[in-house]
Design a protein around this ligand. Structure first.
Ligand SMILES: Cc1cc2nc3c(=O)[nH]c(=O)nc-3n(C[C@H](O)[C@H](O)[C@H](O)COP(=O)(O)O)c2cc1C
Length: 221
């Protein structure tokens, strides 16, 4: 510990082993119910809920604590319409010309195509921007492990929204340059992901997917 850099006492909580196991299991079971939702009602999600989910995302670890993320909450119907139109132009091109047949085959079970109605039916979406570098007093400052850091923050954002009962859809129109243009983001930011959010329509259907079991994803050595 150096004298010029301050340290504070860690706010750590240890749970008794039984409680630890219960918490781990309860969290897993709740997260296992999370599904990507593509059909939304237009009901507003309380702003405070979204703000706290973004605060949660902002607690993510990041390379050298640079926190290289910006979350743009898009609620304005006109901007959402503009983004939907631009996304559908790119997605139509992708589905019709850019994606190889193997990719289209992999997407077939999800029932997706180039139409993106959720961008205007859901009450809001968050466009996550990755800051490739910072600009301080006109000078570029380095950011580290930007992709990894923003990925972790988005995962925490999705978990926080799910925990509050808000459904999400991870959308990655490709290429995504139009998001930075429409939302007038600075040059150091690149659109990373769009997260639609809201309430699912009643009797919402989702693809019947299976998740890999623990034996397939965990190796203990
Ligand atoms: C990086 C990433 C990009 C995705 N892009 C899209 C997308 O553009 N459109 C879409 O409908 N779903 C998209 N998804 C959602 C996946 O299709 C979905 O997570 C997967 O089918 C598993 O379903 P589940 O989320 O319900 O478990 C994306 C997911 C991730 C992680």
């Amino acid at each position: 510990m150096s004298e010029e850099h301050k340290f504070v006492t860690l706010d750590y909580r240890e749970y008794p082993p039984e409680e630890m196991k219960q918490r781990a299991e309860a969290f897993y079971k709740d997260m296992d119910r999370r599904r990507t939702v593509r059909d939304y009602t237009d009901r507003e999600v309380p702003l405070e809920v979204i703000e706290n989910a973004v605060r949660t995302a902002g607690t993510a670890p990041s390379g050298a604590h640079k926190q290289p993320w910006t979350f743009v909450l898009v609620r304005d119907p006109e901007i959402r319409q503009k983004i939907r139109e631009a996304a559908e132009v790119e997605e139509k091109e992708s589905y019709q010309h850019r994606m190889p047949q193997t990719w289209l085959d992999d997407l077939a079970p999800l029932g997706t195509d180039w139409h993106k109605p959720f961008l205007t039916t859901c009450p809001a979406f968050i466009v996550v921007f990755a800051q490739n570098y910072a600009v301080e007093e006109g000078a570029k400052k380095k950011h580290y492990y930007v992709q990894e850091s923003v990925g972790i923050a988005v995962g925490m954002l999705i978990a926080a929204l799910h925990n509050a009962g808000v459904a999400t859809l991870t959308h990655t129109p490709s290429p995504m340059g139009f998001l930075g243009e429409i939302l007038e983001r600075p040059d150091n930011e690149r659109a990373y992901m769009l997260l639609a959010l809201g309430y699912p329509v009643s009797d919402c259907k989702v693809p019947d997917l299976e998740r890999k079991g623990l034996e397939e994803i965990l190796r203990v050595v």
